[in-house]
Design a protein around this ligand. Structure first.
Ligand code: 13P
Length: 253
């Protein structure tokens, strides 16, 4: 049995006080739901504040990125050791990091290793661009990103993979449930080749890309989809709560 996991990626939104308001608006309802892991990923500068507000509840905290070195002369960067005391999860290799900040599979791989070493739980993002999708290259891209991100990593103590087709992010044009399920099934097969069937069976894979309260049911009712990485809709308290609530209900069956 895989415990579903819904994570809210707030991206570069909310000031510290807006982040506090947002988490206060959803915290009681989120905390009351069971059977689904709930993770909030605010900007770095709000991790402490949001962490204080959710402390003692079952709601968890994640970062959106990190450097792979533990410390050093890397102006503006945040290290795994710094996050270690603050949060449990870290999103790595998000397509916006790959697209706007030049992150490669090799860099993502270094970050995955560093996160695991620091006891952080990586949420590794993979996904194809529209042109790759249209050229029939989805499988090739996904296998390359999964293998590249996990290269040289021993069966990880904790791992979540998020399948986020780039053409579906922030566009309002989500994949269909069956489409996402098929690619996530491929991700599971790829991970099985690395770590064996048992590991792949237990691996949680999220779908991300224009997930809303109106379409979450379509994704979460698919057998291979274990949750969602939610962008825009995670900035609306009632909508995010609804996404978590529907996931809990549908996965309980
Ligand atoms: P949207 O839900 O806004 O499409 O963003 C998805 C995403 O990138 C989550 O990491």
């Amino acid at each position: 049995m895989r415990i579903p996991i819904i994570a809210g990626n707030w991206k570069m939104n909310t000031t510290v006080s807006e982040a506090a308001d947002l988490v206060r608006a959803m915290q009681a309802q989120l905390a009351a739901l069971t059977g689904v892991e709930r993770v909030l990923c605010p900007p770095f500068v709000s991790l402490t504040t949001v962490g204080q507000i959710i402390r003692g509840s079952a709601v968890k905290l994640g970062a959106q990125n990190m450097h792979y070195e533990e410390k050093g002369a890397y102006t503006g960067e945040v290290s795994p050791l710094m996050l270690g005391g603050l949060c449990e999860y870290v999103i790595l290799g998000h397509s916006e990091r790959r697209q706007y900040f030049g992150e490669t599979d090799e860099l993502v791989n270094r970050k995955v290793k560093a996160a695991l070493k620091a006891g952080l739980k990586p949420i590794v993002c993979v996904g194809e661009r529209l042109d790759e999708n249209e050229a029939g290259k989805t499988e090739e891209v996904i296998v390359r990103e999964v293998r590249g991100g996990l290269s040289g990593v021993e069966a990880p103590t904790s791992l979540v993979i998020a399948y986020e087709p780039i053409w579906a992010i922030g566009t309002g044009k989500a994949a269909t449930g069956p489409q996402a399920n098929a690619t996530i099934s491929l991700i599971r097969r790829t991970v099985a080749q690395l770590y064996g069937d048992g590991f792949a069976e237990g691996l949680r894979v999220q779908y991300g890309g224009s997930v809303t309260a109106a379409n979450i049911a379509e994704f979460i009712s698919q057998p291979h989809i274990d949750g969602a990485l939610v962008g825009g809709a995670s900035l609306k308290a009632a909508e995010f709560v609804s996404i978590v609530e529907q996931t809990a209900r549908i996965k309980k069956g």
